[in-house]
Write a protein that binds this ligand. Structure first.
Ligand code: CTP
Length: 406
C-alpha cells in the first residue's frame, strides 16, 4: 500500500527562534491558536498580530494566553517608544507566517499595500514571509486570486497549501488551510540547507513481522523512530524520499512517500522494485534475519507437546542492494550489544557499504535519542548523544558530503 503526505506532530523539529504569526479573518483562525500552542511548546517566541477581521473569529486574549506575549491588532497601538514598533517587530523575527491568509489579505499583499499593522509588517520586513491561504474553493480558484498568488510567488513569498477537503462553508474542494503541524514542518524545513536537492532517497524503517500462523508471528522491538526521523530529515534537505516501513504506528513525515509492508520478503520486494532509480539507500529497518519456513494457514492448536519451528534465512536487503551494478550510495545501521566498533566494521566490509552507523543495541531501541559511531573507509567517527531528529539531520549532512559529485 502506498500512501503519501501526512503530518507528524510528534516529531516536529524545533521551530525558529521568533516568529510573527499574522492572523487574518477566517474560520481557520481557530487553527492558528493550536499553531501558536505547538510553536510555543517547541520553544519558539510567537508574536501574534491580528487583523481587525480576525478578532471577530478569535479574541486576542486567546492568543495572548497561548503565546504569553502581548497581541497586536492596531497599527497605532504598536507605536510605543520611538513610534517604530511595527518595524522593530518584524526586524528581529526569523519568519512571518500569515495563517490563515484570507483572499482579501493576499490581494492586499500582492499590491504591496500597508493600511494595517500586519500588511505594514509584511512590507517592512527582512525575513522570509509564509502565507497559508484559507478560503472558499471558488475564491481560491478565482482568476483574481490566481493572479495575486502568482504575484506573491514571484515576489518570493512562500505559499503553503491550501489543502483539499471539507471547507467551513460545507463545500468540498481546495481552500482548506494546512494543519498546524504541516505549517510548522514547512517553516522548519525552509531553514534547513537543501543538501540533497534533486536526490532520490529510499529507506527502510521499523520492524518486520514474520507470520507463524494467522494470529502469531516473530517480530522485534524496533519503533521505527530513527528511520522516520531520517526520512523527515532527507525530505527537509530537498530529497524525494520513499520509506518502506514495517508495522509501525508512527505518522508519515510531511512530504515523504510511505510504502507499508509486513514481512522481510515484502520489504525486500518493495525495495527492489524501487531501488533502480534512487541515489541513496539507507537500511534502517530491523529486518528479521530468519522467517518461519512455512506459515500455517490455520491457528496452531496447543497439544501440550513441544513445538518446533523451522526458520529459514531471509534475503539481506542492504547487501543485495549494495551488490547491484550501479548501486546507490548505501548506508547501513548496526545495533551491537558489545564490541560495537569491531563487529560493525566487519559488517560494513562484509556488506560493502561506504558508510555504516553503529550503536549499542541497549541504547537505541525505543528511545528518543541515540549515540552512534560512523564507520567509513577512513575509520570510526564518534558522534555525541543527541535526539533522533538532530542525529538524522547530522546523518543527512554526512551522507550529502560523501555523495559523488555529479
Ligand atoms: N538488513 C537488511 N536485510 C536483512 C537484515 C539486515 O537490509 N535481512 C540491514 C539492516 O536494515 C541494517 C543492517 O542490515 O542496516 C544490519 O545488518 P545485520 O547484519 O542484519 O545486523 P544484525 O541483525 O545486527 O546482524 P547480526 O545479527 O549478524 O549482528
Amino acid at each position: 500500500m502506498e500512501t503519501s503526505v501526512a503530518a507528524n506532530p510528534t516529531a516536529l523539529p524545533a521551530g525558529p527562534g521568533r516568529v510573527v504569526l499574522g492572523v487574518t479573518g477566517g474560520i481557520a483562525a481557530y487553527k492558528a491558536a493550536e499553531l501558536t500552542r505547538i510553536l510555543v511548546k517547541a520553544g519558539t517566541a510567537v508574536d501574534v498580530v491580528m487583523t481587525d477581521a480576525a478578532t471577530r473569529f478569535v479574541t486576542p486574549m486567546t492568543f495572548q494566553a497561548l503565546s504569553g506575549r502581548p497581541v497586536l491588532t492596531d497599527l497605532w497601538q504598536s507605536g510605543a517608544g520611538d513610534g517604530m514598533g511595527h518595524i522593530a517587530l518584524s526586524r528581529g523575527a526569523d519568519a512571518i507566517l500569515v495563517a490563515p491568509a484570507s483572499a482579501d489579505f493576499l490581494a492586499k499583499l500582492a499590491q504591496g499595500r500597508a493600511d494595517d499593522l500586519l500588511s505594514t509588517l509584511c512590507l517592512a520586513r527582512d525575513c522570509p514571509l509564509f502565507v497559508a491561504p484559507a478560503m472558499n474553493r471558488q475564491m481560491w480558484a478565482h482568476a483574481a486570486t490566481r493572479r495575486n498568488v502568482a504575484q506573491l510567488v514571484a515576489d518570493g513569498v512562500v505559499v503553503l497549501g491550501p489543502d483539499t477537503g471539507e471547507l467551513a462553508c460545507k463545500e468540498h474542494g481546495e481552500g482548506r488551510m494546512l494543519e498546524p503541524a504541516d505549517l510548522i514542518a514547512a517553516l522548519s524545513a525552509s531553514r534547513v540547507p537543501k543538501l540533497l536537492a534533486g536526490k532520490r532517497v529510499l529507506l527502510t524503517a521499523g520492524p518486520t513481522f514474520e507470520a507463524i500462523d494467522p494470529v502469531r508471528g516473530i517480530t522485534n522491538s524496533s519503533s521505527g523512530k530513527m528511520g522516520f526521523a531520517l526520512a523527515q530529515a532527507a525530505a527537509e534537505a530537498g530529497a524525494v524520499v520513499t520509506v518502506v516501513a514495517g508495522p509501525s504506528a508512527l505518522p508519515t513525515p510531511t512530504g515523504v512517500r510511505r510504502v507499508d509492508v509486513t514481512s522481510a520478503a515484502q520489504m525486500a520486494d518493495a525495495v527492489l522494485a524501487r531501488v533502480a532509480d534512487c541515489d541513496v539507500f539507507v537500511g534502517v529497518a530491523a529486518v528479521a534475519d530468519y522467517t518461519p519456513e512455512t506459515a500455517h494457514a490455520q491457528k496452531i492448536k496447543k497439544s501440550g507437546a513441544p513445538l518446533t519451528l523451522t526458520l529459514k534465512p531471509t534475503l539481506d536487503i542492504l547487501a543485495t542492494v549494495a551488490a547491484r551494478l550501479g548501486a546507490p550510495f548505501c548506508v547501513g545501521f548496526a545495533a551491537e550489544s558489545d564490541e560495537v566498533e569491531r563487529f560493525a566494521e566487519d559488517k560494513r566490509k562484509r556488506k560493502k557499504l561506504p558508510l555504516l552507523v553503529a550503536n549499542r543495541a541497549q541504547d537505541a531501541l525505543g528511545s528518543d535519542d541515540n549515540e552512534v559511531t560512523l564507520l567509513d573507509a577512513d575509520g570510526a567517527h564518534r558522534l555525541p548523544r543527541m535526539d533522533k531528529l538532530a542525529l538524522a539531520r547530522r546523518l543527512v549532512a554526512e551522507i550529502a558530503r560523501r555523495l559523488p559529485s555529479p
